[in-house]
Write a protein that binds this ligand. Structure first.
Ligand code: NAD
Length: 318
């Protein structure tokens, strides 16, 4: 079995090992693969492992030996799954590996808005505390979450995990999801999207990017929100119309927005959120603690093993 890993660097920048893959066959690992090299690198491989490198119909045409594509992520829109299906090629993904990590990052972002820990530490190291007249000072308003309303859009694995943490901090949890379940009812109150916009102090996005959710944070919906709402996005950048959010941040209608994901990644230099003093932006790191990348690696190996054994799992194009 020849296995080609096209863009392994973000999954394993050197702190994990590919050795479990190497037990499955002859493995070639590339850190990154530019579009013009995809077919050349796959050559006659049977299994292709990709994270964000696109696998199109043209790639399938150029590399007829491909029998399996393993996606090193949950989202598999980088693969033309319909074309794969037509050709009998199995495509698998990693359905859940980073629920705890993404929920934790959601709160890292929210706490940064509430306490500006990084900026305060920097101020102390700059000598501002040593020179201060009083025994303490703060450069930003400090916010207590207890008693505030947390509105969660998309109450699935990550959304519910965020809901549990919010409840532990004494927040009232509101959720909007097209599919309601018993587990969710134990954590928070399902309400309409309109009510969630109107009543939430913090809105956190955890729904997938779909035609129905693209641009869900837009001018019209921001107008329905509370003055001074906080918006957190650890899901997908295009859920937000960034120029509308930037305008609302400048007018202070939105107190702060903290986003781990943006519409185009890496972020474009003219992304309107870069220029807002009250935005916090991180480079799509919610998924990336070593523990969750190890889990991702383990599941990717299991997926490939299962394919080799003729009993594929986590298949997205059955
Ligand atoms: P999940 O499938 O368990 O939950 C998604 C929830 O969204 C489901 O309950 C679903 O019913 C709901 N939903 C679907 N359409 C909706 C709509 N129109 N309106 C409201 N809710 C809707 O997925 P998950 O594991 O919780 O992941 C959620 C998202 O987090 C993923 O789609 C992905 O975009 C994102 N994610 C980001 C990172 C990161 O590194 N930043 C890592 C992993 C996942």
């Amino acid at each position: 079995m020849k296995i080609v890993i096209l863009d392994g660097y973000t999954e394993n920048p050197g702190d994990l090992s590919w050795e479990e893959f190497e037990k499955l066959g002859e493995v070639m690992v590339y850190d990154r693969t530019p579009a013009e090299k995809i077919a050349e690198r796959i050559q006659d491989a049977h299994a292709v492992i990709t994270n964000k490198t696109p696998i199109s119909a043209e790639v399938f045409d150029a590399c007829p030996s491909i029998r399996y594509v393993g996606v090193l992520a949950t989202g598999y829109n980088v693969v033309d799954v319909a074309e794969a299906k037509k050709r009998g090629i199995i495509v698998s993904n990693i359905p859940a590996y980073g629920t705890a990590a993404v929920a934790q990052m959601t709160f890292a972002l929210l706490f940064e808005v509430c306490h500006h820990v990084g900026a305060h530490s920097m101020a102390v190291k700059n000598g501002d505390w040593s020179k201060n007249a009083d025994w303490c000072f703060w450069n930003y308003p400090l916010i207590e979450l207890a008693g505030k309303n947390m509105g969660i859009i998309g109450f699935g694995r990550i959304g519910q995990s965020v809901g549990k943490i919010a409840a532990a901090f004494g927040m009232k949890v509101f959720a909007y999801d097209e599919f309601r379940n018993e587990e969710g009812r134990k954590i928070g109150e399902y309400i309409s999207l309109e009510r969630l916009f109107k009543e939430s102090d913090v809105i956190s996005l955890h729904c997938p990017l779909l035609p129905s959710t693209q641009g869900i944070i837009n001018k019209e919906n921001i107008a329905k929100m509370k003055e001074g709402v906080i918006i957190i996005n650890t899901s997908r950048g295009p859920l937000i119309i960034e120029k509308d959010l930037a305008e609302a941040l400048r007018s202070k209608k939105v107190y702060a927005a903290a986003c781990d994901v943006v519409s185009t990644e890496p972020i474009l230099e003219d992304n309107p959120l870069l220029g807002c003093y009250n935005s916090i932006l991180t480079p799509h790191i919610a998924w990336a603690p070593k523990e969750s990348r190890q889990r991702l690696m383990d599941i990717a190996v299991e997926n490939t093993e299962a394919f080799i054994a003729g009993k594929p799992v986590n298949v997205v194009n059955p």
